[in-house]
Design a protein around this ligand. Structure first.
Ligand code: ADP
Ligand code: MG
Length: 448
């Protein structure tokens, strides 16, 4: 029963963003499974309405994908499980939730946009000034100023935030505008499903008849020929209709390997803007902004302390901030630099611990129950080659070492062997969730 729901959740996770997942799907509990239905309990009636209005199709599809059977989801409020009367507390909760969702939030959620990612909450600094100006200009002249707008930059530098802000700004000016926001992975998954269930016409209608198409992390379609082909036609249709396209990527168009040339060239047709690494002042300003949003007092010395701990990744910075605030509120301790230091002690310690390939080899071989000498050997049996490839993949991810260095540490393998291993594990994890979970567990163990 729970495995069915767990599998279904895995499928759902590939189709919606994290925000939707935590808000709407994580709170669901599977209560019962029969021949043709799955009884799912949700916190209250409001959830039922919301899910039925917005996600019912997605649920049916995901259940089919997860189980191979057309199971009908049957949503029940947990209050109904507890007692038959509608509890006044639950009623109140519903009302509060409804109130907290303004109309725009409702629109935004439907489109997977995070309501917190707006222009207002976006702090402009030297690192993102250009991208910010371009994004603003796009919202004012949809399809006319820069098309496409291509935003690129490293992890956690605000690409998704800025792109969502464009969607949000357009919607808040004109609710009737058709805005589509998806990650390139969602685009891929929807396309695969459309092919599988013979619904390409709907798929194309959905993606081509929009005023604004936002595609996050386009680099993930690298190496996927069929997706690139479809995206190429989507792009052309929107472009020719003079509608707007905004794309984000972790790198410059020409640097995306295994991406068709015609796509790379189109990415450069409009404006390519980079989102750089924030300086100390920008990081502090971002923290101050977050504190303002959460209505907490953030002393300057604490803000500077936090900003100094993070090199570039703003997501990490925000994470530290949340941790420190949580500690202060939960324990009722005033927010000081000492407290911040205490709250981050563990994390900072872990960061300072340099992970070596030897650490990785030791954890991986233990997990697969083989000898470290076997992982480093030339033995080709799957029993050894899979752990070896996983180890190489993790080596690439968790250390700063180059492919040849990693190859050397794995008993003198060629750099091309390491590249092959990394690609293979990456691909395999896309299809095999148990491998993905395994790698995630190993990663945690290695980080200690
Ligand atoms: P990316 O998509 O580039 O990996 P995100 O857009 O997800 O990064 O941003 C990560 C986190 O940092 C989010 O919480 C976002 O709100 C925050 N953030 C990034 N840049 C800014 C900024 N300039 N102003 C305010 N918050 C920011
Ligand atoms: Mg992002």
């Amino acid at each position: 029963m729970n495995t069915i729901w767990a599998r279904c959740k895995e499928v759902l996770r590939t189709k919606v963003n994290e925000h939707t997942m935590t808000t709407w799907f994580e709170p669901i509990i599977c209560e019962d499974v029969s021949e043709d239905r799955v009884v799912l309990s949700v916190p209250n009636n409001f959830f039922i309405h919301w899910i039925k209005d917005n996600y019912i199709k997605l649920f049916r599809e995901s259940l089919i994908e997860a189980t191979g059977k057309a199971l009908e989801p049957d949503f029940r409020s947990r209050d109904d499980f507890a007692c038959d009367d509608t509890s006044p507390i639950a009623e109140k909760q519903c009302e509060e939730m409804l109130e907290s969702l303004s109309m725009t939030d409702e629109f935004a959620l439907k489109r997977n946009l995070n309501p917190r990612y707006t222009f207002e909450s976006f702090v402009v600094g030297a690192c993102n000034q250009f991208a910010h100006a371009a994004a603003l200009s796009v919202t004012e002249n949809l399809g006319k100023s820069y098309n496409p707008l291509f935003l690129y930059g490293g992890v956690g530098l605000g690409k998704t935030h800025l792109m969502s802000a464009v969607g949000y700004a357009v919607l808040s000016k004109q609710k009737t505008k058709k805005v589509s926001f998806s990650t390139s992975e969602e685009f891929t998954n929807e396309m695969i499903n459309a092919i599988r269930y013979d619904r390409m016409v709907e798929f194309r209608n959905k993606y081509r008849n929009v005023d604004l198409l936002l595609i996050d992390d386009i680099q993930f379609i690298a190496g996927k020929e069929r997706t690139q082909e479809e995206f190429f036609h989507t792009f052309n249709a929107i472009y020719e209709a003079r509608k707007q396209i905004v794309i984000t990527s972790d790198r410059f168009p020409n640097d995306i390997s295994e991406m068709e040339h015609r796509l790379k060239s189109r990415f450069g047709w409009g404006l390519v803007a980079d989102m750089g690494v924030p300086d100390l002042e920008t990081k502090v300003a971002i923290l101050k902004r977050k504190a303002f949003e959460d209505a907490v007092e953030l002393p300057d010395d604490v803000a500077y302390f936090l900003a100094e701990q993070v090199e570039s990744n703003i997501r990490e910075l925000v994470g530290y901030f949340i941790r420190v605030i949580a500690m202060s509120t939960l324990q009722g301790i005033p927010l000081t630099r000492d407290l911040a230091q205490l709250a981050l002690k563990e994390i900072l310690h872990r960061h300072s611990k340099n992970i070596t390939v030897e650490d990785i080899i030791s954890v991986v071989s233990k997990a697969f129950n083989i000898k470290t000498s076997d992982i480093k050997s030339k033995k080709k049996h799957k029993l050894y080659s899979l752990p070896r490839q996983v180890g190489m993949y993790l080596g690439r991810e968790l250390t700063e070492l180059s492919y040849p260095d990693i190859g050397a540490a794995f008993g003198g393998k060629d750099h091309s062997t390491v590249i092959y291993a990394c690609r293979k594990i990456e691909k395999k994890m896309e299809q095999d969730h148990s491998l993905k979970n395994l790698v995630e567990g190993l990663r945690k163990d290695i980080r200690g």
